[in-house]
Write a protein that binds this ligand. Structure first.
Ligand SMILES: [Mg+2]
Length: 313
């Protein structure tokens, strides 16, 4: 099945001026945009860890998510998506129809974000489905948002709202690519990260990279309605705020900006000028770790929570 399937895939991929040699050769040749740096990121999604195929998660959703998480990483770097290559390990049984449907989900999102599909690799085995997407983006020299740029005195902002992604947003991921471009075009961002593993955990990572600490304003954390729904489910002992701080897979952006820039960005957000909601959730201070402020004003440590991949041995 493999050769026919690969030939089918190659026929599906639209021509793109960024591809000097498109998919179907031993390797693709890209025309890099003039005067921009190349940004590369890779993600691997595994059945049983990142998704469970079933009525709530058709193969198209896996294709969508596989590309969306990589696009989110590009957005977190202020990079414009340009091209992707895709590697898929398909289960031998039913693999070909699975592959076609994964491609359909991935290609629809690629078209929406004007990403060229530059190639890939398809294998079959007696194991679970694994999809790996390498995304290639571009950014003007010196304009990439990094994790290590937050400064003491900066304010921390988050796009959208967090928590409860397991109710569906963990699959229907909306990468904040356009929002990142809009924000970067108008405001100076010192540091950024996307929320993949948990808002508090990813803010802690941003602060660790910057050699700074953060004070989070828990009353200001934007809580997604899904977090409220989840906390009301039978057997759920976590508050909506705890879901917002620790669930992960929100794929929102956390940004560090100078206070006056943050205020201007928040004022512009949710208007025609800047569609995406932006909320100030805390401040960058000296030190390391995360803190919250007691009612009496004293700082108390906050343990970051989120998803960590388990490695044993
Ligand atoms: Mg990331």
């Amino acid at each position: 099945m493999e050769r026919e399937f690969v030939e089918w895939l190659v026929r599906q991929v639209p021509a793109d001026p960024r591809l000097e040699v498109p998919a179907g050769d031993d390797a693709a040749v890209l025309r890099p945009p003039a005067s921009r740096r190349t940004v590369v990121t890779v993600d691997m999604l595994m059945e049983g860890v990142d998704f469970v195929l079933g009525p709530d998660c058709p193969p198209e959703a896996v294709g969508h998510k596989s590309l969306a998480v990589s696009l989110s990483d590009l957005a977190a770097m202020n990079a414009r998506p340009e091209a992707v290559v895709v590697a898929v390990a398909l289960p031998s049984r039913g693999g070909e129809s699975l592959g076609r449907r994964i491609h359909a989900g991935l290609a629809a999102l690629a078209a929406r974000h004007d990403v060229a599909i530059a190639g890939g690799d398809t294998n079959a085995w007696d194991g679970p489905l694994v999809v790996s997407v390498t995304a290639i983006g571009s950014v003007p020299p010196g304009r990439a948002w990094r994790r290590d740029g937050a400064r003491v005195g900066d304010r921390l902002l988050v796009t959208g709202a967090c928590g409860g992604s397991l109710l569906g947003r963990h699959l229907a991921v909306v990468p904040r690519c356009r929002e990142a471009a809009e924000i970067a075009g108008r405001f100076d961002v010192h540091a950024a990260i996307d929320v993949s593993d948990g808002l508090s955990l990813d803010v802690a990572r941003l602060m660790a990279a910057s050699g700074t600490a953060a004070v989070l304003d828990l009353a200001a954390i934007p809580i997604h309605p899904d977090a409220v729904t989840m906390s009301r489910q039978a057997g759920d002992s976590r508050s909506p705020l705890e879901h917002a701080l620790g669930d992960g897979e929100d794929f929102e952006l956390v940004l560090a900006m100078a206070p006056e820039v943050a205020a201007a960005a928040v004022a512009a957000s949710g208007t025609g000028a800047l569609d995406v909601p932006l909320t100030i959730i805390g401040d960058v201070i000296e030190g390391c770790g995360l803190f919250v402020r007691d009612p009496d004003g004293a700082l108390a440590p906050l343990a970051p929570r989120g998803f960590l991949h388990a490695l044993e041995g």
